[in-house]
Design a protein around this ligand. Structure first.
Ligand SMILES: Cc1cc2nc3c(=O)[nH]c(=O)nc-3n(C[C@H](O)[C@H](O)[C@H](O)COP(=O)(O)OP(=O)(O)OC[C@H]3O[C@@H](n4cnc5c(N)ncnc54)[C@H](O)[C@@H]3O)c2cc1C
Length: 377
């Protein structure tokens, strides 16, 4: 049984890899330069189940476990950081929050169109004044008859200006956060202009603006005032995905550098024969493998129903930093050519840098890990 499951996981991985190599890799540079997410790709992504990775089959999803999702995220990351990040926010954050906290009626209402790729989803926690300290969010939901009125601004929201639906976390009391599902086009709900980013340029990042946006109590997700607990659980799963995505970006950089090192000749021989070049490749390969083991351990713990918060922080911390080192060393192997846009490594390096910041910075991951050590001693 377990062996059969392993075979299915590898089949999913190989299918996504083949799709990504033909439909994503050849276009990634053009999408990045256009600075636009390829919405036209959504039906194909949906056809492969990539817009409903963890959604149950009876709601139209692929019902993948955390480990298979990590395999998928690595393949997407190896193809294009932007597509991977946008799908990560859609699946792990937006859909992830619904899977964790929405009631059955809300799941039936919101999940099928998200899984079908009818529209992208977004998840809005960060604000201009609250990033790492997410509990300090200032956007509010105020009781108004039988509904709620939302006011405030969300910052840095992946898929923000494209999403048809967003989960938005706001304050409902002095020390209480609650989450609401808000559909695109609702009066008082709008997106700011997309941010002009260093990398991940085909992934939309926009602010979301709430101006007296009226929603019903049936749009409130989870227990009133307890959304911060759900947010932490959403981020734990999201961090496994960011770790896997990072490994994909590092792996793609390393593959380019290895192929180049075999071809490029200086001083009468292939540069791969120089020990200092070989050592760069060896270090990157070893660190990416270690990162993969950490990511797979966190995912396996999640699938087994074991606590995985600290394992997810370790995986995300190590994988994002190892992948940045791998992309940077790979660029160096290409010398001056690595600095040109002709090769994908400069894009991977710009893309991977975000992974040390989004879904909790490296500093925040270290705080989570250190606190767990102190608690345990
Ligand atoms: C491309 C992109 C996509 C994003 N997508 C989303 C999304 O979809 N949804 C969403 O809600 N958010 C999203 N974010 C926001 C992201 O999660 C935040 O940027 C991140 O959590 C950091 O918050 P901040 O930028 O406000 O930095 P700050 O919290 O202001 O941190 C600034 C610096 O201070 C450090 N720091 C802060 N507190 C401490 C501490 N206690 N100890 C030590 N150092 C500390 C940080 O590590 C960092 O180096 C996205 C951001 C980007 C850039």
């Amino acid at each position: 049984m377990r062996f059969k499951h392993r075979e299915e996981q590898l089949l999913v991985r190989d299918t996504v890899r083949a799709f990504a190599r033909t439909r994503i890799v050849p276009n990634a540079r053009a999408w990045s330069e256009a600075g636009k997410f390829p919405l036209e790709l959504l039906p194909e992504l949906a056809g492969l189940g990539l817009t409903g990775l963890g959604v149950p089959a009876d709601l139209g999803g692929a019902a993948l476990d955390a480990l298979t999702t990590a395999l998928v995220m690595e393949e997407l990351g190896a193809a294009d950081g932007s597509v991977a990040l946008s799908l990560g926010a859609h699946n792990s954050l937006c859909i992830g929050h619904l899977l964790i906290a929405a009631n059955d009626e809300q799941k039936r209402r919101w999940l099928p169109p998200l899984a079908a790729g009818t529209h992208l989803g977004a998840w809005a926690l960060t604000e201009p004044g609250s990033g790492s300290d997410a509990s300090a969010a200032r956007a509010t939901a105020t009781r108004d008859g039988d509904g709620w009125v939302l006011d405030g601004q969300k910052q840095f929201i992946t898929n923000g200006s494209l999403a048809g639906f967003a989960v938005i976390v706001v304050r409902t009391g002095e020390r209480e956060l609650s989450a609401f599902g808000v559909a695109r086009g609702m009066p008082g709900f709008s997106a700011g202009k997309p941010e002009d980013k260093m990398g991940l340029r085909a992934s939309d990042t926009s602010s979301l603006i709430l101006e007296h946006c009226r929603v019903s109590d049936a749009d409130r997700i989870g227990t009133l005032g307890r959304a911060f607990d759900d947010v932490k659980r959403v981020l734990d799963r999201g961090r496994i995905g960011i770790g896997a995505l990072s490994i994909g970006l590092g792996r793609a950089s390393l593959e380019t550098a290895t192929a180049y090192a075999k071809e490029r000749r200086q001083f009468g021989r292939a540069i791969a024969e120089f020990q200092m070049v070989g050592f760069k490749l060896a270090r990157a390969a070893t660190e990416l493998d270690a990162a993969r083991l950490l990511v797979h351990r966190a995912a396996a713990r999640a699938d087994a129903g074991k606590p995985f918060s600290v394992a997810a922080s370790m995986a995300k911390l190590y994988a994002s930093e190892a992948a940045t080192r791998a992309a940077d060393a790979s660029l160096q192997v290409l010398g001056g050519y690595g600095y040109l846009r002709d090769h994908p490594i400069e894009r991977h390096l710009r893309d991977v840098r975000l992974m040390e910041i989004g879904e909790g910075t490296s500093e925040v991951q270290r705080i989570v890990i250190a606190r767990s050590l102190v608690r345990a001693s």
